[in-house]
Design a protein around this ligand. Structure first.
Ligand code: ADP
Length: 615
């Protein structure tokens, strides 16, 4: 076993890797950027090396600095985690060339799976079923059009070098093909420097099924069963589970065997995932599950596999990287119970899932389920990285048990003042289709509104919280023979609200409270006594739309003086590699507009001021 390990990552996955390394007696070295100087992964490691400023391209993506940090600290191996440099074959090669052990597959395996068309061809040769389509070298528009017509619509045009959901176009009819092809090529050339495309049959009712595979340097390959990651928002996974609902033993055997074949075809060593797309219009069937791509690293959702197999996948990675054989043979692996994972993000579903950055003044995720996190109460969610707060992983005897455990844990989460998707996750877990295991990748897009958590806490929760604050408030109407009327004005998350709490039991509060946190359905609100000065005055209360983070304005959809309705998109900001829509908090008119398309803005810039409509 290696004696020391540098973790070239941050956040929850760095903490996750450190936990197993420590249990195995491996010395750990963290690396960190300016923004992460106080981060949990830095404190948990035995040693830490500063590698640059906050933006990832100046720290976590600078391969030379990471290798230098390994040299400096005598780390014998580097674990890349996921994201950042984890699937960069050139980096893996430089690590190996520097005489450091790479905890991951051989660079050649990564390269073989890097381009979509080459990977698909390789899989076809290996006898792995792939989505029907065209992979040919003839890239002339005429030929592509003919192939698409032959496949039958709808089809999906994909950039061969694509990734992250970019460079894909769905085409529903032959007449639209030429335009879609041209636009896909432009995007592919701009994003990936390669305008070649492939064409696939577009799968209706698609489900995302993936298989965890593991190889060692002694040519053994096993699978650790499947995961279902069909609940997605804009091609990003939201909730993952294992096993897959509706997967019978024969289908499981077929898809897992295909995954093992795929891994063997690239002499795979380490942890990998074979992603498949299934046409689930008539349930899961072995002849309707096709290879989509291979991820040559540990996945975010690996804990659900750990839960059902009882294995520690990071331990497997470290053993394999040390040259040991796989800890288990295929016949020593089995599925116990059901596991489900939710990705808890600092983002606001009601504001178009805009990241919500800032300090986590309150953070309590309970102890009922496994929590993988890289932050503690008091930490900052910074604008520089993925705004994930934690992954919550529930394991039960049955799917319903896991689902309910997870929903309860999210329901009781206390997080403030950062906004999160916990309420949205609770709604998703409780959605009748999801509860019944009827999921496809389009569920969230179809049901979007139905999954939005309530804007306000329940009447009962408000009354209870108001009563707890009551000693601080004037009490009106104490009369003989009449019930004491207790009511007052408060600020709920900065917005004025009147609450009549006459019916609440009287509570003895020794000291007046400044505020209370109301937690319900995964959402948290602060309730405070009303202050006429509006000291807490949130953006929504006074209609000031501030830039939530540094970024670039890519669209301005209103003009000064325009009438707007609640929820209407005003300005679109590009930040943290994503587009964020800023919307009107209420009906009104645009009183001020300080945003220009193409303009760079800093955090907190006043972009738009909306004046509330009278009456
Ligand atoms: P990327 O590498 O950009 O992530 P993928 O090929 O992995 O692209 O596809 C991303 C997502 O697009 C999948 O998870 C799936 O939801 C959808 N998708 C991919 N191929 C098809 C297809 N042939 N039909 C329908 N949906 C598809």
């Amino acid at each position: 076993m290696i004696g020391s390990l540098l973790i070239a990552n941050r956040g929850e996955i760095a903490c996750r890797i450190i936990r197993t390394a420590r249990a195995l007696g491996v010395r750990t070295v963290a690396v960190y950027s300016d923004a992460d100087a106080e981060a949990l992964h830095v404190r948990e490691a035995d040693e830490a090396v500063h590698i640059g400023s906050s933006p990832a391209r100046e720290s976590y993506l600078v391969g030379e600095r990471i290798i230098a940090a390994a040299r400096e600290t005598g780390a014998e191996a580097i674990h890349p985690g996921y994201g950042f440099l984890s699937e960069n074959a050139d980096f893996a090669q430089s690590v190996i060339d520097a005489g450091v052990v790479w905890v991951g597959p051989r660079p050649a395996s990564v390269r073989a799976m890097g381009l979509k068309d080459a990977a698909k061809k390789l899989m076809q040769e290996a006898g792995v079923p792939t989505t029907p389509g065209y992979l040919g070298d003839d890239q002339s528009p005429d030929r592509l059009q003919r192939e698409a017509d032959a496949i039958g619509y709808p089809v999906l045009i994909k950039a061969v070098a694509g990734g992250g959901g970019k460079g894909m176009r769905r085409v529903d009819q032959s007449e639209d093909f030429a335009d879609a092809l041209a636009s896909c090529r432009r995007e592919a050339a701009a994003s990936f420097g390669d305008d070649r495309v492939l064409i696939e049959k577009y799968i209706l009712s698609p489900r995302h099924i993936e298989v965890q595979v593991f190889g060692d340097s002694h040519r053994n390959v096993v699978h650790l069963f499947e995961r279902d990651c069909s609940l997605q928002r804009r091609h990003q996974k939201v909730i993952e589970e294992a096993p897959a609902p509706g997967m019978d033993a024969a289908t499981r055997e077929a898809v897992c065997a295909a995954a093992v074949k795929a891994a063997q075809a690239v002499d795979y060593v380490g942890a990998g995932t074979i992603e498949f797309i299934a046409d689930a219009s008539e349930g899961l069937r072995a002849d309707r599950i096709w290879f989509m791509e291979m991820n040559t690293r540990l996945q975010v959702e690996h804990p659900v596999t750990e839960a059902i197999t009882g294995q520690d996948l990071v331990e497997w990675q470290l053993r394999v990287a040390s040259g040991e054989p796989l800890p288990r043979r295929q016949d020593q692996l089995s599925i116990t119970g059901w596991a489900m994972e939710a990705r808890l993000y600092a983002e606001d579903p009601v504001r178009g899932f805009l990241p919500s950055i800032g300090r986590l003044d309150a953070l309590d995720l309970g102890e009922a389920v496994r929590v993988d996190t890289g932050v503690e109460q008091g930490a900052e969610i910074s604008p520089f990285y993925d705004p994930m707060i934690a992954k919550l992983i529930a394991h039960g005897d049955t799917r319903d048990e896991a689902r309910e455990l997870l929903a309860d844990a999210l329901d009781e989460a206390v997080i403030w003042p950062v906004r999160t998707n916990a309420g949205f996750l609770v709604e998703a877990l409780d959605h009748p289709d999801f509860a019944a295991g009827n999921v496809d990748t389009g569920l969230i897009a179809r049901e979007g509104e139905a999954l939005m958590p309530p804007a306000l806490p329940s009447e009962e929760a408000l009354i209870e919280a108001a009563a707890a604050l009551a000693p601080d408030l004037p009490v009106a109407g104490f009369r003989l023979n009449a019930p004491a009327r207790r009511e007052g004005r408060f600020l709920l998350a900065g917005e004025p609200i009147a609450i009549d709490f006459t019916d609440a039991p009287l509570v003895e509060v020794a000291e007046p409270l400044d505020s209370v946190l109301i937690t319900e359905g995964g959402q948290t609100w602060e309730l405070a006594p009303f202050r006429a000065t509006g000291a807490t005055g949130s953006a929504a209360a006074d209609g000031a739309i501030l830039s939530p983070m540094p970024g670039r304005i890519i669209a301005v959809e209103i003009v000064a003086g325009a009438a707007v309705v609640k929820g209407q998109r005003l300005v679109t900001l590009e930040a943290m590699k994503m587009e964020h829509s800023l919307v009107a908090p209420f009906d009104g008119t645009v009183a001020e507009l300080n945003a220009e398309t193409g303009g760079q803005v800093t955090e907190g810039t006043l972009l738009v001021k909306v004046e509330r409509q009278e009456g």
